[in-house]
Design a protein around this ligand. Sequence first.
Ligand code: HEC
Length: 181
Amino acid sequence: MVSRTTALLGLGLLLGCTRSPEPTKPEPSPAASAALAMPGPSADGLSPTAQAGHRLYAVCHSCHDPELIPPKGPPMFGIQRRYKKATDDKAAFIQRMVTFVETPDPERAVMKPAVERMGLMPALPLGQAPLEQIATYLYEAEFPAPCAHWKFAIEQDAQNPATAGDEHNRQDRMMYDKFCK
Ligand code: HEC
């Protein structure tokens, strides 16, 4: 598990990096800079709160980027689905997510196999309002199916007798077959 201090330090480094780009790198085009600074599906057409959340989402994307191989966190596609199933409405979704991000608790986690494999997420106490904005974005945005993530996980698990055919492996196969074939 990563300590809170390490997480905040990481956060500081991340924000620090975004503010001072490498002087030797060629200037990226304005569109490319916007894409770099704002990962995740576009918030165009979403509520103003979700748009504000999108602007903060880079902090989460550093681990939840579905292209990361090996992964540092579960892709938001699956997190969004699980939270929507586990909660009755948008307000409950946001509340539950904000609580988890401020004080991650393995008992309350909906992604239990991810906790076992990647360890519990570090607490990110960014404040109630910013976290609500991020959670609103994570409720409203349409995340693409993380096919590369599932493919990698399925292949890795198949090579490991401890994980081949386990619950996580079974779920990944099911999701891959449903969304990526
Ligand atoms: C240092 C890496 C890291 C960062 C940064 C990070 N996460 Fe996570 N996150 C994880 C890992 C690993 C898991 C899977 C284990 C778990 O559920 O705790 C996870 C799981 C989650 C879950 C599912 C929790 C559950 O119920 O199981 C949510 C929701 C979440 N993250 C939201 C966020 C949000 C929002 C941000 C940005 C404010 C963020 N994460 C930033 C690593 C990270």
